[in-house]
Design a protein around this ligand. Structure first.
Ligand SMILES: *Cc1c(COP(=O)(O)O)cnc(C)c1O
Length: 365
């Protein structure tokens, strides 16, 4: 059986460090925020090359708190890619704003920057590029359009921790970068976790307030906030994992390149890497018009695969009232119908990978 991801394999590879981190948190008696979380926030800020990092309860909360800090709410529009995890669209709606979708580049699956200007209106407040699958979005044109139209850029970096755009870490390029430490993400906790990063002192202060009930001073709320804090246990675990992230991402890249080489004659469309960035392969995504048959063929051989995502957000139930319909974003819809992920995680062995390749080739070759 070859799983899509194997979280226990990673735990066992650094068990001593993780166990020590967990036990020292138990002994510390400090479980919400505190010195362990502060230390981790400093480590994240320094890794990403930004001034401030703020640990939160999830990547979803990171998006909400980023938009709240930028005063995005009712009556505002936010431009997002038409192909992403639903949270990108859902959080725009949960702050009261309207998601405005832009189709994706059918090869990189990133927001198609040539289509952004056409959807800007006087209500547009921000653009949220999503570095989907770990591939960096094309940031320079996005930042340029934002500057011209006085829009904010919030990066959804949930899938791309450690990725780079022209030598700079993704998440550090817009006003705010949003992180997720969901267990399967490239830097994953043993539970939910997330964070925001920014170079802006005032935004950082506002986001720190928002994560704890809008408090500047304890119990004195200045606005309605949230309870959205990274807990010390997760911070300790993530701190132990952080020194390994570059090696893990390198290994994801190495295995992905190996897949791409070996699948060259499979007929599957394999991932691209644009010249502007370093792809960190959160997922290894292939495309086939025979997805259903291929997935069931692999399943019969004990090989997992998974669709990310079967439904583009504009066709999801909560978006119905916006009046979007099938055919509005053909590249996103086609990706939803044809793409799927093959097993990939840093601890995947080459012989396991060869089994996956053999399975695919048996059906397609
Ligand atoms: C995982 C993910 C999120 C949400 O992160 P959670 O920590 O699960 O709340 C947001 N956007 C994208 C693109 C994601 O992949």
């Amino acid at each position: 059986m070859i799983p899509l991801v194997d979280l226990t394999a990673q735990y066992h590879s650094i068990k001593k460090e993780i166990d020590a981190a967990v036990l020292s948190t138990l002994e510390s008696g400090h479980f919400i925020l505190g010195p362990t979380v502060s230390k981790f926030e400093e480590s994240i800020a320094s890794y990403l090359g930004v001034k401030h990092a703020i640990g939160l309860a999830s990547g979803t909360d990171a998006l909400v708190i980023a938009m709240r800090a930028l005063n995005i709410g009712a009556g505002d529009e936010v431009i997002i890619p038409a192909y992403t995890f639903f949270a990108t669209a859902g959080t725009v709606m949960s702050v009261g704003a309207k998601p405005v979708f832009v189709d994706v580049d059918p090869q990189s699956y990133q927001i198609d920057v040539s289509r952004i200007k056409a959807v800007i209106t006087p209500r547009t407040k921000a653009i949220i590029p999503v570095h989907l699958y770990g591939h960096p979005s094309e940031m320079d044109p996005i930042l340029e359009i934002a500057r011209e139209h006085n829009l904010k850029v919030i990066e959804d970096n949930a899938q791309a921790f450690g990725a780079e755009y022209k030598g700079k870490k993704t998440g550090s390029l817009g006003e705010i970068g949003c992180l997720s430490f969901f267990p399967t993400k490239n830097l994953g906790a043993f539970g939910d976790g997330g964070g925001v990063v920014t170079d802006d002192d005032a935004l950082a202060e506002r986001m720190r307030m928002l994560r704890t009930h809008g408090w500047k001073k304890k119990y004195y709320s200045e606005e309605v906030g949230y309870n959205s804090r990274l807990d010390a246990m997760q911070a300790a675990i993530l701190q132990a994992k952080l020194p390994h992230i570059d090696a893990w991402n390198d290994r994801r890249r190495e295995l992905s390149h190996r897949y791409t080489e070996k699948l060259i004659s499979s007929g599957l469309v394999t991932p691209v890497e644009r010249e502007w960035g370093r792809h960190v392969y959160h997922l290894y995504i292939v495309r086939s018009s025979k997805r259903v048959e291929l997935q069931s063929f692999l399943k019969d051989r004990g090989i997992a695969s998974e669709v990310y995502y079967p439904l583009p957000p504009h066709l999801a139930v909560p978006c119905r009232h916006f009046g979007y319909k099938e055919g509005d974003f053909p590249h996103a819809e086609k990706a939803a119908n044809e793409t799927f992920a093959l097993p990939l995680y840093p601890e995947l062995t080459e012989s396991q990978q060869d089994e996956v390749v053999a399975g695919v080739m048996e059906m397609t070759g």
